[in-house]
Design a protein around this ligand. Structure first.
Ligand SMILES: *Cc1c(COP(=O)(O)O)cnc(C)c1O
Length: 432
């Protein structure tokens, strides 16, 4: 009995596989997920369960407006949770009123309704449009091809992409699609039933395509002429992402007549709560009262907690001049990325976007031998390679990689991201 027994095999903890196993067993598989599981974040960095650090240039798809674990946001959340977390919309409370006031002050006189997501904000706009046209029998809303407006039944009917509708027919009636940035197409599509036009100021899921200034001004004039509502889905491109509160303000800067432009309704969500789920829509003066008591509502809309967080985020964005920061650093990023397009024309096709909403279009896969060898779309393969390099980005369609970083992304982090991105592009150019 004096023989030494061999030691037992070490227990291998593979936290990532354990987390994945839970999803495989218990979570509806409606998302195509990357092979990454995250544990914590700080500023523009996140750490996966294995302790690897990533620079987050995807921002939770334009959600984490102040990055991860912002101390002031965390403090506001905790304090409000200890004070008053929820009361129903049967009552009044200050944070909802204050947040509505702040949004109105950034836009123009009008009123705000609070909800929980982008799709829900758009649903509200659809209802406003139907109410607006109801007595004249008008209900149809025109939206753009390649748009994205959410995953509810109304949202997929409004979205101008077949892939979101497939399998969920029949579609909710009352939506028709028109080519984006084409004013004549809108004019030709109008019917006696048309009541509104809904567009994104910068198409996000469609591959980062900004509206042209003349299109916006033309749409406004056409909507005025035909008594239509001009509605804008700012869920992704709004909330300072382009370097102004709203993308149209940035697009129309310095354009004659641009300062007078105003949509009739705007939906917002993503960046508004910085990660706390909150959505909203703003309606221009005179329209806000269309939704009279009892006509629209949602249990969780505009809770004290959500509104206190969103209010704090807006205060920080203003205090720290983040809109100006987004313009300067966003412009710099685009200049640098355009430099890469010139340096690696066989890999990169084009850079588009405004502020911190940037799309990098890759050349067709056939032109890049190492990507052509794999079935996956170029965008997914590049995003995966960027993961290897320690950067999070978001694919958009088959050809575009999106950057939607936190509005407080530092110049150092931006430069680091750019260098890592160039490394991936260089490899592709050299067939690695
Ligand atoms: C994300 C998004 C939506 C949907 O928002 P959810 O919060 O996911 O419902 C709607 N419109 C646009 C432009 C978006 O980017």
């Amino acid at each position: 009995m004096n023989k030494i027994v061999p030691p037992p095999a070490a227990v291998v903890h593979n936290e990532q596989e354990n987390v994945k196993a839970l999803f495989q067993k218990y979570v509806v598989p409606s998302y195509g997920r990357f092979d990454l599981a995250f544990k914590r974040g700080e500023g523009s960095h996140v750490w996966d369960v294995n302790g690897k650090r990533y620079l987050d240039l995807g921002g939770g798809i334009a959600v984490c407006s102040l990055g991860h674990a912002h101390p002031e946001v965390a403090e506001t959340l905790a304090t409000q949770a200890r004070t008053l977390l929820h009361v129903s919309n049967l009552y009044y409370h200050e944070p909802q009123g204050r947040l509505a006031e702040k949004i109105v002050r950034h836009l123009a006189p009008g009123k705000v309704f609070f909800c929980n997501s982008g799709a829900e904000a758009n649903e509200g706009l659809f209802k406003v449009a139907r109410k607006f046209g109801h007595d004249e029998g008008r209900f149809e809303i025109l939206t753009a091809f390649n748009s994205f407006h959410g995953r509810t039944l109304g949202g997929i009917a409004a979205t101008g992409q077949d892939k979101v509708k497939k399998g969920f027919e029949p579609m909710t009636p009352g939506f028709r699609h028109i080519p984006y940035n084409d004013l004549d197409a809108v004019r030709q599509a109008l019917s006696p039933a048309t009541v509104a036009v809904l567009i994104e100021g910068v198409q996000g899921e469609g591959g980062i395509t900004p509206a042209r200034a003349d299109y916006l001004l033309g749409l406004r004039a056409l909507c005025d002429e035909k008594k239509l509502l001009l509605l804008m889905d700012a869920v992704q491109c709004g909330h300072f992402r382009t370097g102004r509160f709203q993308s149209y303000q940035r697009i129309l800067e310095g354009v004659p007549g641009g300062e007078k432009f105003l949509p009739d309704g705007i939906s917002t969500a993503k960046s508004l709560g910085g990660g706390f789920p909150i959505g909203a829509f703003w309606l221009r003066e005179g329209l806000g009262d269309l939704l009279s008591a009892g006509t629209h509502g949602t249990t969780f809309g505009g809770t004290p907690l959500g509104c206190a967080v969103a209010l704090k985020i807006m205060e920080i964005i203003e205090r720290d001049h983040l809109a100006a920061h987004v313009r300067t650093l966003g412009d710099w990023l685009q200049v640098e990325l355009n430099g890469l397009v010139r340096k690696y024309p066989q890999v990169l096709k084009e850079v588009r976007g405004l502020g911190f909403m940037i799309g990098i279009e890759f050349q067709p896969k056939e032109n890049i031998p190492v990507l052509a060898a794999d079935d996956k779309p170029a965008s997914l393969q590049v995003v995966n390679r960027l993961h290897e390099a320690g950067v999070l980005t978001i694919p958009s369609g088959t050809q575009v990689v999106r950057l939607l970083p936190a509005l407080n992304l530092s110049r150092t982090d931006a430069a680091e991201g750019l260098a890592l991105f160039e490394g991936v592009v260089r490899d592709l150019a050299h067939g690695a």
